[in-house]
Design a binder for this molecule. Structure first.
Ligand code: MCN
Length: 776
């Protein structure tokens, strides 16, 4: 498939001119409005709740508490993690009633719900609910939660440990470490962050008493995954749960989950016989939307005398928050395990994982979902090793890359990497970044009183897999010259409306404008996956191409009939069936029109593609300058060379990389959800306190492709949606640490805020008596 040239994304005009339809735009006649009373403490027993005073307030119709949640049986969400550990132990999955019952376990947990005639009436009455708590000590970090004598969050989860898992051959790795010429060690933290999509969560639920079914209007990453979660939570069959989703103002993994509030709304909608709507405020979002990352990682790398990697060992402690989410446990274990070897040939690998409950908001997948974290620890470790044994970091990487002739490459842990050209990406990145000329630029900066650093990272990530084994798409003909394409994916900004129709149009040889995309449409009953894991193009996109090819074959006999020929005598090109000998022809759309009164339309079809993994990879190089007077880091250049296989739309890929890199930069330089250790309060609960990257953070991001065509799917594509995020964490951290290296600073944990950097510089200068200009 060639590049599809589309300067602009088809969806953009609609979205930027206010014609999008987001979740809070859904309204129904007679709807009521919900508001949630949220726990103002991190850990406490609920001694009593009295909602009666709130019911006296104007406009309030009903109140619901944990007792209603338990009575409905809405207490257990499903989980993607289905595997056990070596000892056969499964993930411990404590109940999570949709309204807290008996106990609250994090600040912001929904304790009670008021339903009123207006959102304001519901909100205003919340303070009339009388609730008595008995406070319990809280643990807001995995370290505190694992410590002896730590408060226990859930009965049946000793030591707050939800799951322990390991992979690799520990004794063999230990032997390799014993024999090693050099061992490098690092401990890093991929801190808890708040994903912060533009659109706050919203949900509207209507109950149909006659059919005993629900209509659920909300923002998500696709119907099928939401239906799976709600069906498990409510024990209702799929056909009792009808979902309505349209535009989604950003998701980044945070919108993939069925949140407890929605379950509470279902209870209310059924009991009250009226639709119930809730729109989250940004403050509620900070407290109750899922957070991302939250991983403490130790890495050890063993090298031989020639600087070749002989073994690596990792330990992960993953913060799950107060409850498991459907995605969080799996993404914090499986995804890092898949790419634990990075882009390197490392014969012996071992990794151990602990998933820990803390008195904080639950953690779920967030852009990259475990991949930026493993890339961060691997690439910080490799960087540190290079410095310790005094080899150029690029050269050390090159020496250890999995070579071109080793693909497909079975990693020592999980997964088989498809063909990639790591050295090619590195060479291109070094050239684009003028790696060789850096010393001069560093010296110039030094003379100006700035600390300049360069950093690179070579990364790989597994994308493409989904929960459901195949992705179906449907093609249906409309009025003359149009067709509609249906998928189970749902764009939250990735540009599917441009790329998927373009694939169908190019395969059929028709104009892209003739194809309209409708994603996650209720009633289509397609099997397949939601958007996530940078899989939509490789799987759903492939299904689009296969469906279009199937359409040509399905239409050929009808075209032959119309032309009074045998199917074998008819060729198809450019939207037209043509007789090979006589040149007689009939257009695809004319053929469709001919059959328009038949039901079902003989050309309408469902096509499918099997889900397959791809391994996008790349090399990014960044240069930064730190002002030692202020600790402020400026990103002066950023080069991204990515292999996402065959590219369908270059502008979209570039945009995806830009967004991902910026999101990674946010984590490197400022983002962090901070809970107070004593009180368990979220100290960064608004954008006044929580940093988000802004456009001015980058002067420029230069994106270039180094494609190695994938053989895992018909498009030859690899995913790209998370690549920028995965690569930018280690790239920017390595660059910043390189800038600080002359002062003897070898590692600082993210976020590298001006304050953290400034203090580190001050400490280093005091220690050595050096000046930033002079270095040490
Ligand atoms: N594409 C392409 N050629 C390729 C690969 C991709 O043209 N070789 C195009 C695709 O057709 C699609 C886009 O790039 O239009 C992203 O494709 P893909 O990598 O398949 O990722 P998904 O569509 O599955 O998106 C998911 C991914 C994830 S997991 C997160 S998180 C994320 C992300 O995408 N969240 C986003 N990018 C985001 N971008 C925006 N604006 N908002 C989010 O919430």
């Amino acid at each position: 498939m060639n590049e599809i040239r589309a300067a602009n994304r088809r969806e953009d005009l609609r979205l930027i001119t206010g014609r999008g339809a987001y979740s809070s735009d859904f309204n129904l006649p007679r709807q009521l409005h919900a508001a949630f009373l949220r726990s103002d403490r991190a850990h406490a027993e609920i001694v009593s709740i009295d909602v009666a005073p709130a019911l006296e307030r104007p406009g309030v119709v009903a109140a619901f508490t944990g007792a209603d949640a338990v009575a409905a049986g809405y207490t257990q969400f499903p989980h993607l993690m289905t595997y056990t550990n070596r000892a056969g132990a499964a993930l411990l999955k404590p109940e999570r009633p949709v309204l807290a019952h008996g106990k609250v376990r994090h600040v912001g947990e929904a304790v009670a719900m008021l339903v009123a005639e207006s959102a304001l009436a519901a909100q205003d009455a919340l303070d009339a609910i009388e609730i008595k708590y008995r406070d319990l000590p809280a643990a807001v970090s995995p370290g505190d939660a694992l410590a002896a004598g730590a408060p226990q969050l859930h009965a049946g989860v000793p030591r707050n440990l939800s799951f322990e898992w390991d992979i690799g051959d520990a004794p063999e790795v230990a032997k390799a470490f014993d024999r090693a010429a050099h061992v490098t060690r690092i401990r890093v933290v991929s801190q808890r962050v708040v994903p912060s999509p533009m659109e706050p969560r919203a949900c509207l639920i209507d109950y149909d008493a006659a059919a005993d079914s629900y209509d659920i209007y909300t923002c998500a990453q696709g119907i099928t995954f939401m239906r799976w979660q709600f069906a498990a939570l409510t024990c209702l069959p799929d056909d009792k749960l009808r979902f309505h989703m349209h535009d989604v103002g950003g998701s980044f993994g945070q919108r993939s989950g069925a949140y407890p509030e929605y379950g509470a709304q279902m209870i209310a909608a059924k009991k009250l016989g009226r639709p119930v709507k809730w729109v989250s405020s940004r403050s509620e979002g900070f407290l109750s939307d899922t957070h991302g990352r939250g991983m403490e990682m130790s890495g050890e790398l063993a090298l031989d005398r020639d600087g070749r990697f002989v073994a690596a060992r990792y330990d992960f402690v993953c913060d799950m928050g107060a409850y498991l989410t459907p995605t969080g446990s799996n993404s914090h274990v499986r995804n890092p395990a898949i790419s634990m070897t990075g882009v390197y040939r490392i014969p012996s690998l071992y990794g151990s994982f602990r998933l820990v409950f803390t008195n904080t908001a639950p953690i779920a997948s967030y852009r990259g979902a475990g991949r930026p974290d493993i890339a961060y620890v691997v690439e910080r470790l490799v960087e540190k090793a290079a410095r310790e044994i005094d080899i150029d970091p690029a050269e050390l990487r090159r020496r250890n890359f999995i070579p071109l002739d080793a693909f497909p490459y079975q990693t020592p842990t999980m997964g088989v990497y498809e063909r990639s050209d790591f050295a090619g990406c590195l060479d291109e990145a070094l050239k684009a970044a003028d790696w060789a000329g850096f010393a001069v630029r560093r010296e110039t900066a030094r003379k100006e009183g700035k600390l300049r650093g360069i950093g690179l990272a070579s990364v790989i990530e597994g994308t493409g897999r989904g929960r459901f084994p195949e992705d179906q798409v449907a093609i249906e003909f409309g009025s003359h010259g149009t067709l509609t394409l249906y998928t189970t994916s749902l764009s939250s900004g990735q540009g599917h409306e441009t790329t998927f129709p373009a694939i169908v149009a190019q395969t059929l040889g028709i104009a892209p404008e003739a194809v309209t995309l409708r994603e996650s449409v209720q009633g289509k009953n397609l099997n397949g996956n939601p958007t996530g894991g940078s899989r939509s193009l490789v799987s759903v996109g492939s299904a689009c191409m296969l469906a279009a090819q199937k359409l040509i074959e399905q239409a050929r006999p009808l075209a032959a009939e119309a032309l009074e020929l045998e199917p074998s005598q008819v060729d198809y090109a450019g939207g037209v069936f043509r007789a090979r000998d006589s040149g007689k022809s009939i257009g695809l759309f004319d053929l469709a029109d001919k059959h328009q009164h038949e039901t079902p339309h003989p050309l309408n079809l469902v096509g499918a593609g099997m889900v397959s993994s791809t391994f996008p990879n790349g090399c990014h190089v960044a240069e930064v300058e730190i002002d030692p007077e202020t600790g402020v880091t400026e990103i002066v250049s950023y080069i991204a060379i990515d292999d996402c296989g065959n590219v369908i739309n270059h502008s979209i890929v570039e945009g995806q990389v830009h967004g991902g890199v910026a999101q990674g930069a946010g984590q490197v330089f400022g983002e962090q959800a901070v809970y107070d250790r004593e009180s368990g309060q979220l100290l960064t609960g608004s954008f006044n306190d929580y940093y988000l990257p802004r456009a001015g953070l980058f002067r420029d991001i230069k994106v270039s492709e180094h494609p190695v065509i994938s053989t895992a799917n018909v498009l030859g594509a690899k995913g790209v949606g998370e690549s920028g995020c995965t690569a930018s964490l280690p790239t920017l951290a390595n660059a910043a640490m390189d800038a600080l290296r002359p002062l003897g600073i070898h590692h600082l944990d993210m976020p590298l805020t001006p304050a953290r950097v400034w203090h580190a510089i001050q400490d280093a200068m005091q220690r050595s008596g050096a000046t930033p200009r002079g270095g040490s």
